[in-house]
Every structure is written in C-alpha cells, then in structure tokens.
Design a protein around this ligand. Structure first.
Ligand code: CA
Length: 407
C-alpha cells in the first residue's frame, strides 16, 4: 500500500464517519495524522482572505450511479424538460424541438420553431414550461436569433400543440446583435412568483460591456412572462441602465435554477481558463467579469485586475481547472437519499457533478463519469420518478437516465 493510498483511505474513513464535517476538519485530520497534504478529499480547501473556495478537483467517484440510454439519435440536444404527462420536450441546437415519450420514442420535429443562427455555440438553446403550463400550454425557448448586425440571444414563447408550436411571440432580445458565435448563454428559470430569469453571455467580443449597465451583454435579466419589465427590478428608473437587468458582470451562463427552499436563483457560469463560478445572483449586484476572475485567457494572458475587488461579489465556489458547466438542478427526490439538497451540474468535460451544500457553502464535491456520463453533459433534470436525466451534447446525442448503482 503506497503512501498516497493510505492517506486517501484514512481520509475516506474520516469523511465517511463524519460526512457533515467541512473540509477544515478533513484537512486538519490529514495534517495531524499523516502530515501530508490530502489530494483526494472531496471537500473544498480553505481559501485566502476574501477569496472564494476553490474546487479540490476530485477524481470521478465510481460505484454510486449507473447511467442507461433512454433515447438516442438527437443532434446536439441542449435542453430537456418533463411535461406533466411524463413525456419529455427536448431542444436540438440546430433548431429542432421534439417530444420523447416514456418508451424513448423520439417524435418528428415540431413545426413553428423560430429560425436560429446555427454556428459556434449558437442555435436553439433552452426550453422552459410556463408555471401554468397545464392550463396554458405555454413554453419558452431561448436561442441565437439572426438579424441586423449578426446574432443575439432571444427568448420566444408559444403554445405547445400536437405536432407544432403556435402563436409564437418574441418576448426578449439581447441588443444589439453582434457578429460571432460565442457566449449566447442561456438558461431560463421561472421564480415562484412567476418572473422569468434569462441568463446570458457577453458574446465574447463584448466582454468589457458586462460591466456596462446600458447594454444587455453579460447580464442576468428578469422579466414578466409577457416580456414586460417588473416594477421591482433593481435598475428600474436609473438613467442609462437597462431595466431588464437583474445582475451583471457575468461571462457566459449556461446553468441556472431556483433553489427549492429559498426560492433564490443559483447559476454556474463558464470562466476562461480556470474560473468557472457557482453564483447566487442577487438583485443589482456585480459579479465581477471581466474585472475580477479566477481565470486567465486561453493565451495565458491575465484578465482584469485580480480576484477580488470592493463592490464586486465573490462566487460561492469556483473551479480551476474548469468543468465547463451546462445545466443544473437541486435534487429533491427520494431515489438518492444522500443527495437531497445537493445541486447537480452537467459538465461538458464528461461528468455529472454533485455539490453538497450547507446553506450556501459547498462542503463536498463528487463527479460521476460512469458509462455514457463520460460524454459532454449539456443539461440535467430530475424526473418525476426521482431519478436524474441528462442529455449528451453530440451529433448522436442521447438522453441518459441516472439511477443509484445497485451491487
Ligand atoms: Ca464572477
């Protein structure tokens, strides 16, 4: 047995015996017992003053989940939602919307989907159901919309019919449109009181404007389902600021969900090289990009001024190296009893990531890459059966059902 293995074993025993203890104990225990750093502890290491906790980059945990294919033949599926009847509605990035029934049969594309700008990261992106879907049949789509100047993130709503969507109306546009195929975001999340959050990106070329409140680049926005602006948005009435803005200083946000207990918005955004962030965006706050970030440019160049600055928010947690996050949801089911309250995140680097939280503090991270989970995970949803469903972002993309591993 080599030293590393003994360290890991001791730490795993400690962590199994005291699963609720934060990393500080884990770290101290390893230092006391073994006087070496602990490479495999899955809880966050302590951080420097004022800095956010960094992911310990755990290796994949095996033997916890198993993944099975429930549908295949989807071209770059981007988002998945469960309909009240148990079927799934799925977007494909090239611009198709399909229904997948409970046996995994994939429908023909639904008619009536808006034209999308396909290229780079652009195309048909998220889908969300109206809170009143059972009566209204309203769905919301986010997508890269072509137009004068290039393309921009847009959101439309329509009624879901039998083989088509009907009465499409565009309720939101990120303006102005610009050239390029990067950083469209986007995810849609309805609050308990029926407001719609739209997460976006900085469109890459416009990153400095993530700090500019007169533009919609690099912003999370909050609107009413008809596209109007809620009176209580933080910048309503401020001269020179767009009233749709909820929070700003974001790079590219492709994961967003509402906390099931607090009702607050949580997001995960893509950083540059290093610097993916878990955030809990609050009204009117500045999340720093590109002034503060834990990432550096792909060229190796520094970005901005550092990692902290007064008046700018720290992430709840960050990843360096990155996980390339897309899709997230808090787990509330009964099938994985140890997961209740955890947030599940898709990783385009080939994993389902689970963060265990105490309040808004991450106390443990696990990653699962068993079987097909080693592919690009683009979206994550808890099913009505309490199991977890993900889509793989590939030319022959799949829907995977994730169940507890049974020996
Ligand atoms: Ca930030």
């Amino acid at each position: 047995m080599n030293a590393d293995f003994r360290v890991a074993s001791a730490a795993m025993r400690a962590s199994a015996a005291f699963p609720q203890l934060p990393f500080r104990f884990c770290r101290r225990a390893s230092a006391t017992l073994l006087t070496v750093a602990l490479p495999s502890c899955a809880s966050p290491p302590p951080q420097a003053q004022g800095q956010a906790p960094r992911s310990p980059t755990p290796k994949a945990t095996e033997g916890v989940v198993r993944a099975e294919t429930v549908a295949r033949g989807l071209e770059h599926p981007w988002a998945l939602e469960f309909l009240p009847d148990g079927r799934m509605i799925v977007t494909e990035r090239p611009g198709r919307l399909r229904i997948v029934d409970r046996s995994g049969r994939v429908s023909a594309p639904l008619a009536g989907v808006p034209e999308v700008e396909l290229g780079g990261q652009g195309g048909l992106l998220d889908v969300a159901l109206d809170p009143s879907f059972a009566d209204s049949r309203l769905i919301y789509l986010s997508y890269a919309e072509p137009g004068e100047g290039g393309a921009g993130t847009a959101v439309a709503r329509a009624r879901l019919g039998e083989n088509r969507i009907e009465g499409l109306e565009v309720i939101y546009r990120q303006q102005p449109k610009v050239q390029g195929g990067n950083h469209f975001g986007s995810r849609l999340a309805f609050t308990r009181d029926g407001k719609l959050f739209i997460t976006q990106g900085d469109r890459y070329s416009e990153r400095e404007k993530a700090q500019d409140l007169s533009t919609l680049f690099g912003k999370v926005v909050r609107i009413n389902p008809d596209g109007s602006v809620p009176d209580d948005n933080p910048f309503v009435g401020r001269p020179g600021a767009r009233p749709e803005i909820w929070s700003y200083g974001h790079r590219n946000v492709q994961a967003a969900t509402i906390h099931p207990e607090t009702g607050q918005l949580w997001t995960v955004e893509h950083g540059a090289r290093g610097g993916d962030e878990l955030n809990q965006p609050e009204a009117g706050k500045n999340y720093g990009w590109p002034v503060i970030t834990y990432g550096i440019d792909y060229s190796g160049a520094r970005i901005g001024e550092g990692t902290t600055k007064p008046g700018m928010e720290q992430p709840v947690y960050y990843w360096d190296p990155v996980i390339a996050p897309s899709g997230m949801q808090f787990y509330t089911g009964d099938k994985f009893p140890g997961w209740k309250g955890s947030v599940l995140i898709g990783s385009l680097h080939g994993a389902l990531v689970r963060l265990e939280l105490q309040g808004r503090r991450v106390v443990r991270e696990e990653r699962y890459s068993d079987g097909e989970l080693e592919n690009r995970i683009r979206d994550v949803k808890q099913g009505p059966d309490g199991l977890v469903y993900v889509v793989t972002d590939e030319s022959n993309g799949r829907i995977l059902k994730v169940s507890p591993f049974e020996r």
